[in-house]
Design a protein around this ligand. Structure first.
Ligand SMILES: C[S@@+](CC[C@H](N)C(=O)[O-])C[C@H]1O[C@@H](n2cnc3c(N)ncnc32)[C@H](O)[C@@H]1O
Length: 262
């Protein structure tokens, strides 16, 4: 069915949210996060947002995300600025066993920076170690609020450093963010789990932060056809000044109707 809808979409463009629901896009999890982040932005009255891929390598995924941003803007009218964070020279040194040194090596996944820049149409590369670049990222105050993070940095140490972007002022973000973690499932060689790599970084973040919490999405769990449902997380910025703005709208009215005695 996925192939069928994909083939149809090449002949006659289908609505982006339909493609998200059917899971037939090349990066369904990224599409899900971007679509829903843009919807949340629209509901709150933001007309532009940022999304960031942490760990770009050759740029295969970044180029796809860039395309999704255009499609979503056409449908929802929310502009999405795409950023890609990477050293530009591949994986840094591992910093401990939690970085999975049995599976990842320094200098792996090096980027052809000029080649990728030549192919990107709107996405911006943020080159350097995320340990340094995330703290500088919002300094000029000219970035749209960040609404989705795609973490493919592999290491525990790099993922912790990337999450430090959430230590910058709440105004740099939507009140709730969509997070995608790439290295959650993997193979019997990789052995990803809550004590290593990207997942362990989420745990570290929650242990060290009281007013921002990250958790696995619950709403996708019954959707067993979405193989990526264990890879989507939400970040709640409880101190964000827009956190409590009501977004129930017609969805909530439907629930209220269903619960009313006839
Ligand atoms: C698996 S690759 C990313 C693949 C890419 N997301 C894709 O789907 O095409 C991991 C990337 O993370 C980058 N990386 C890891 N730790 C980093 C750090 N501390 N700062 C910046 N980049 C880092 C590496 O340079 C590498 O290119």
């Amino acid at each position: 069915m996925r192939r069928f809808w994909l083939a149809i979409s090449h002949i006659a463009p289908l609505p982006f949210d339909f493609l998200v629901k059917t899971g037939c896009l090349k990066r369904p999890a990224h599409a899900y996060c971007m679509w829903n982040a843009a919807k949340l932005a629209k509901g709150l009255g933001y007309n532009e947002i940022s999304v960031a891929e942490f760990g770009v390598a050759g740029g295969v995924t970044l180029l796809i995300i860039e395309r999704y941003a255009i499609d979503i803007e056409k449908q929802l009218g929310v502009r999405i600025k795409v950023y890609g964070f990477d050293t530009g020279v591949g994986m840094p040194q591992t910093e401990g066993a939690e970085d999975l040194p049995y599976w990842f090596r320094p200098a792996q996944y090096a980027m052809d920076v000029d080649g990728l820049k030549g192919r990107l149409t709107s996405a911006e590369l943020v080159l350097g170690n995320v340990r340094d670049t995330v703290t500088e990222f919002f300094v000029n105050g000219d970035r749209p609020p960040l609404a989705a993070i795609f973490n493919d940095l592999d290491y525990f140490s790099s993922s912790c450093d990337a999450l430090r972007i959430l230590d910058t002022p709440c105004a740099n973000f939507l009140p709730r963010l969509f997070l995608y973690l790439d290295d959650v499932v993997g193979s019997a060689n990789e052995m990803y789990g809550p004590t290593n790599g990207e997942l362990a970084a989420n745990d570290w973040f929650n242990r060290t932060h009281d007013r921002i919490k990250i958790h696995l999405n619950q709403n996708l769990l019954p959707e067993s056809h979405h193989y990526w449902r264990y890879q989507i997380f939400y970040a709640h910025l409880f101190d964000h000044k827009r956190y409590s703005d009501y977004i129930g709208g017609t969805d909530q009215l439907g629930i209220e109707d269903a619960l009313r005695l006839q």
